[in-house]
Design a protein around this ligand. Structure first.
Ligand code: NAD
Length: 481
């Protein structure tokens, strides 16, 4: 290693630790964390191994005994304190999130801020006790009880948003947790772990940074009762297979290839603004981003031109710069994948109305691209691009558009855009997805279930449906005679 490299490594932030049984601990192994705006490491954090996972699971199991006996009201108070701690730390946590994830700092702070709504919203939902039968012979009730230790595994695109829903759901319903963020974006989650360590009793919350293998060890671990996994379809299938060995409960929030269908009665410029944002915010690295646009032939050209105008206006840059609207892609692997999509799309003869070229220089920057005249079987249409490249396809018959929108193994979300709200709702009901929107895309709420149909997921997060996924139904049946 050269002197200058050694010097630059001494600049790395290293003030990070796991949280195990209420204690800040580190590991023998450490891993670099890259700032995607520069492509260079700016921090290092400990990398947990199996022994540390075993300690975290043992601590969580021990803590479960007392935590599961606390009442809902008591747990709500803990979650409120956590929401306040997040609010107090929103600014600096947001900056750290931008440095490791890349998104503009206002959006990163917004992601931390939304956590407050998840914590308070989910813990405002009453868990029912239902009387199923009450007659002369029997009184039968349906109760729900916590499962035990929940393992939460999160991806790199919105690490905090995607951790806090499962964290709130698991803790409110009386479970304890072991949380593992993506190795690409572990830092903000570790810092939130530190905050939680000051609030929750030891062992209730455990946070470990580690590689993919640590995630796999969690899915196999006999001490973990449920896995809440958010990530790609490919990994989700491995998680599901691995959980089978111990019949773990499982919630899978996986990838999407969301269609947006635009009818001929809209104002193309107005819709283009909303569609462009929904397709490219966070540089398109959003599970429920618009990933395919189907536009009626009457407004096709106008919509494509308006989308291109939006794309050409965008300020791409380091998320720490106040005027940046789109940051870099989060990591080298995703950057290479998106470049592959661009090259492949060019080969198909499709037209780029905006974008298509990658700027020289450091960082994983990809300008937003609007692609028209593209074949239905192009990779960009069939696969999840997870980048700021939006294909726009033409239709003349709405039944054909719905059939093409549904012709995929994905089924996360979709949207219909029209001035006729009744017609919009009727068409939305024909989309084979978990959430179908009219005149919007990407709107979630802690009181509204979210999740995927088909291979986009299993189970739901949020709402009573999501919460019950963190609980075991328990029938109590009393014979009166
Ligand atoms: P990924 O599947 O590569 O990784 C997700 C997490 O799983 C990481 O923490 C990783 O370390 C861990 N992991 C990797 N291999 C594992 C294994 N064999 N067993 C257990 N854990 C393992 O996903 P990613 O690339 O980080 O995230 C992008 C994907 O996530 C996209 O497909 C996106 O659509 C999807 N996503 C879905 C939602 C949703 O709510 N439906 C939300 C955000 C992202």
């Amino acid at each position: 290693m050269s002197a200058s490299q050694a010097e630059s490594r001494s600049d790395l932030l290293t003030d990070f630790s796991h949280l195990i049984d209420g204690q800040a601990v580190t590991s023998d192994d450490w891993m670099d964390v890259i700032n995607p705006a520069t492509g260079r490491a700016f921090a290092r954090c400990p990398k947990a191994v199996r022994g540390e996972l075993d300690r975290a699971v043992a601590a969580a199991r021990k803590a479960f005994t007392a935590w599961s006996k606390t009442g809902y009201d008591e747990r709500v108070e803990y979650l409120k304190r956590m929401a306040e701690a997040l609010e107090d730390s929103q600014d600096w946590l947001g900056e750290l999130l931008t440095r490791e994830q890349g998104k503009p700092v206002a959006q990163a702070r917004g992601e931390i801020g939304r956590g407050k709504g998840q914590l308070t919203g989910l813990s405002s939902i009453p868990i029912p006790v239902e009387t199923l039968v009450d007659d002369e012979d029997k009184h039968i009730e349906l109760h729900y009880r916590p499962l035990g230790v929940v393992g939460i595994i999160t991806p790199w695109n919105a690490p905090i948003n995607l951790a806090l829903g499962p964290i709130a759901s698991a803790l409110y319903t009386g479970n304890t947790i072991v949380l593992k963020p993506s190795p690409y974006t572990p830092l903000t989650t570790l810092k939130i772990g530190e905050l939680m360590g000051e609030i929750f009793p030891p062992g209730v919350v455990n946070v470990l940074a580690g590689g993919d293998e640590l995630g796999q060890q969690m899915t196999e671990h006999p001490g973990i009762a449920k896995i809440s996994f958010t990530g790609s379809v490919e990994t989700g299938k491995k998680v599901m297979a691995s959980c089978a060995s111990t019949v773990k409960r499982l919630t899978l929030e996986l990838g999407g290839n969301d269609p947006a269908i635009v009818l001929d009665d809209v104002d193309p410029a107005e819709v283009a603004k909303k569609l462009f944002f929904a397709g490219t915010v966070n540089s398109g690295q959003v599970c429920m981003a618009v990933k395919r646009v189907y536009a009626h032939e009457k407004i096709y050209d106008a919509l494509c031109a308006a989308l291109a105008e939006e794309a050409n206006k965008v300020k791409l840059g380091d998320g720490m710069d106040a005027d940046t609207q789109l940051g870099p892609l989060q990591n080298r692997m995703q950057y290479d994948k998106v470049r592959d999509f661009l090259e492949d799309t060019k080969k198909t003869g499709a037209r780029f109305l905006a974008g298509g070229d990658i700027p020289e220089g450091a960082g994983y920057f990809v300008p937003p691209a609007i692609v028209t005249d593209i074949a239905e079987d192009a990779r960009l249409v069939r696969e999840e691009q997870f980048g700021p490249i939006l294909p726009v396809l033409k239709f003349s018959d709405i039944d054909d558009a719905i059939a093409r929108a549904n012709d995929t193994d994905y089924g996360l979300c979709g949207s219909i855009w029209t001035k006729d709200l009744n017609k919009g709702a009727q068409l939305a009901a024909r989309l084979e997805v978990g959430t179908a929107w009219v005149n919007q895309h990407r709107a979630t709420h802690p009181l509204v279930p979210f999740g995927g149909a088909k291979q986009s997921g299993l189970g739901r997060q949020y709402s009573i449906l999501g919460l019950l996924g963190y609980m075991e139904p328990l029938v109590i049946s009393v014979a009166k005679k």
